[in-house]
Design a binder for this molecule. Structure first.
Ligand SMILES: *[C@@H]1O[C@H](CO)[C@@H](O)[C@H](O)[C@H]1NC(C)=O
Ligand SMILES: *[C@@H]1O[C@H](CO)[C@@H](O)[C@H](O)[C@H]1NC(C)=O
Ligand SMILES: *[C@@H]1O[C@H](CO)[C@@H](O)[C@H](O)[C@H]1NC(C)=O
Ligand SMILES: [Zn+2]
Length: 484
């Protein structure tokens, strides 16, 4: 009886072990079995409410607002039609950014409601705070609601348009002269238009043809190229790393940082460490060029791509909710007007589709996928789709922490490391989940600086320090890639 029982247990355990493919040992593109996704080690106690319009229960919040407050939606600052014409830039004069504590019960519901009434927009947040953009006409009413509900907040930016005006001043004469002599217009003293970024990539391919090539992996909705730059010494044994930026249009520090990496590796390749030289690097600095250009010409705070929804009242899909790993779940919206609209189906957008096809079909053996965003100073690993982590979470956590340590040891910023769902909130359809699902060992979303003082409107003086400390983190990643 006892022996029989033991045999049964033994069989059960062996089957479970042998029958569980190891992470990165499954067929790429298949979902990892749920049983292989373990619970968060330190699951937080807070209840998960995301910033999704569709998910926040409104009944409680409605009860807390007077009828007027609940029913009087104000129109968008600029109508969508005017936005589409892009004749006038969206003006954020008088708009404010507040850091709001969400620890009290019901705060998120109030925020969700105010947002649906178009009085506020939410920026970045974590489990205890959210940064909220308060529209100019709404400052008075939202202040009143927050005071009455005893919601704690600090005004971080008291005139957003002023910050936008000061963010990206023109280069001085000396810099312009240098630009003309260098053969490309890219600098890390300014945020550049896509033309300068692509001119820089093409210049490098022409200047260093032995190690650098540039190709377009597809076109954006509006027909812009999606340019990938590859740096490689051509050794067939090399592992490969894919790095992208600019999935979200308004996160300007991201393309600036990714192009900084490119510049450093390209201009110093022979003198680089073996860890860098023995990797095939693939860089896509701007995944969302249409949105990126739109943030320069029309609306500094645009996030999504620029494909109109079928009904055409609203534009854009959140490309970081459109990737095909457990697409459509938590923290993504089916409403085309939402900032986290997931698209009509997985990979419905040309930009996310092009990235996934390229990674899937490349001969390169990708061992790491890094996607740079802003802001908040986080190094995040899967899963994003739900409150769970993959079975190799310990090794992802170790690498993330080693990167964070390296960043801080440069005298740099402090980064928080964890799974996206655990540190922030669940958000399905992210590119990092999909990359992990493809069997790419080290998949990270990196939220660059800052932690909310400037938020998305990070002055140009931050570009070099942020990019430089991020490079220290990337070097650590490279050493793990070579060891793997
Ligand atoms: C502010 O509240 C008042 C009274 O509750 C309301 O009449 C007004 O329309 C509100 N303003 C905005 C911009 O929502
Ligand atoms: C959340 O954000 C606040 C304000 O930016 C910060 O003080 C706090 O440390 C953050 N918490 C976590 C868990 O990252
Ligand atoms: C890809 O790299 C992994 C280690 O990262 C290695 O085990 C595997 O053999 C490589 N595959 C190919 C096709 O080179
Ligand atoms: Zn982002």
């Amino acid at each position: 009886m006892e022996a029989c029982y033991r045999t049964a247990v033994f069989l059960l355990v062996t089957t479970a072990v042998l029958g569980s493919p190891l992470i990165n040992d499954l067929e790429p593109g298949k979902y990892w079995p749920e049983r292989l996704s373990v619970k968060q080690p330190n699951e937080p106690e807070v209840e998960y409410t995301t910033f999704d319009d569709d998910l926040i229960s409104t009944t409680e919040a409605t009860a807390k607002l007077t009828e007027d407050e609940a029913d009087n939606a104000i129109p968008e600052i600029i109508s969508r039609a005017a936005e589409a014409e892009a004749e006038n830039k969206v003006d954020y004069s008088g708009a404010q950014v507040w850091k709001v504590s969400t620890e009290k019960n019901g705060v998120r519901a109030v925020i969700g409601l105010l947002r649906r009434r178009n009085l506020i927009a939410t920026w970045a947040g974590n489990q205890s705070y959210v940064d909220v953009l308060v529209k100019p006409q709404a400052v008075e009413n939202v202040t009143r609601v927050f005071k009455r509900e005893n919601i704690d907040f600090n005004i971080i930016i008291d005139d957003l348009q002023k910050r936008i005006n000061e963010e990206n001043p023109p280069l001085d004469d000396l810099e312009v002269e240098l630009q003309d002599r260098r053969g490309h217009r890219m600098t890390w003293k300014q945020y550049h238009r896509i033309e300068d970024i692509y001119g820089f990539l093409d210049y490098l391919a022409k200047t260093y043809p032995a190690i650098i090539s540039v190709r377009s992996i597809g076109k954006s909705y509006e027909g812009r190229d999606l340019k990938v730059l590859r740096i490689s010494n051509g050794q067939p044994s090399n592992r490969a790393v894919f790095i992208d930026g600019g999935i979200h249009a308004r996160e300007w520090i991201s393309p600036a940082t990714v192009t900084y990496f490119i510049n450093r590796f390209a201009e110093n390749f022979q003198d680089e460490d073996d860890d860098i030289k023995n990797i095939d690097w693939y860089f896509l600095p701007v995944v969302n060029p249409d949105g990126y250009e739109y943030t320069h010409t029309a609306d500094r705070l645009w996030r999504k791509n620029r494909k109109p929804a079928i009904a055409r009242q609203c534009y854009g899909t959140d490309l970081n909710r459109n990737f095909g790993y457990r697409w459509g779940g938590k923290g993504s919206s089916s409403n085309p007007c939402s900032d986290i609209f997931r698209g009509s189906r997985m990979f419905s957008e040309p930009e996310s589709k092009a990235v996934s096809e390229f990674i899937k079909n490349a001969a390169a053996n990708f061992t790491a996928y890094l996607t740079y965003h802003s802001y908040g100073q986080y190094i995040l690993y899967p899963w994003g789709y739900d409150n769970a982590v993959p079975p190799d979470h310990k090794s992802l956590d170790d690498v993330g922490k080693a990167m964070a340590t390296a960043i801080q040891q440069t005298g740099g910023s402090q980064y928080t490391v964890g799974s996206s769902s655990g540190v922030l909130y669940p958000a399905a359809g992210g590119s990092d989940d999909w990359a992990k699902g493809q069997g790419i060992k080290y998949s990270f979303t990196i939220e660059l600086s800052d932690t909310g003082r400037y938020g998305f409107i990070l002055p140009t003086s931050f570009i070099e320090p942020v990019a430089k400390e991020s490079l220290a983190g990337l070097r650590v990643l490279a050493s793990y890639v070579n060891k793997y």
